[in-house]
Design a protein. Structure first.
Length: 127
């Protein structure tokens, strides 16, 4: 989350500089603190944790679902046709929790990932 906030602050500072230049406003040579940003709603509500399909997957799920994700990730290679072919063996499908998520899981697990994505906002604090 710290990386996200730092990136958002940098984007805000760059945007302010561009706006000042575009508006013909002179820039100060002294360093100024970045404006305060509203807190990002990334914290999960009680009973939920980040799914972590990848390091940037912050969808809130039950601890059991996160444990399933870790197990599926650990068995990813053995569920593929081959190391060079990401096609899933019979009985498995791509999880597709994110567009680049090609881990082979059961159809029920893929349905769970789709449902978790659909309910992501309501499982966050403030959601």
């Amino acid at each position: 989350m710290a990386k996200i906030l730092e990136r958002a602050r940098r984007i805000t500072v760059v945007s302010a500089v561009l706006a000042a230049v575009a508006g013909g406003v002179g820039l100060s040579t002294t360093a100024e603190a970045a404006p305060e940003l509203p807190a990002l709603s990334l914290q999960c509500k009680a009973g939920f944790v980040w799914r972590e399909v990848t390091t940037n997957d912050l969808v809130c799920v039950t601890p059991g679902t996160r444990a399933q994700v870790k197990d599926d990730n650990a068995h990813a290679a053995e569920r593929r046709v081959s190391e060079d072919d990401p096609t899933c063996k019979p009985g498995f499908v791509w999880r597709e929790a994110q567009p680049s998520d090609l881990v082979c899981v059961t159809p029920g697990t893929r349905a769970q990932a789709k449902d978790d994505n659909a309910h992501a906002a309501e499982r966050r604090v403030g959601g």
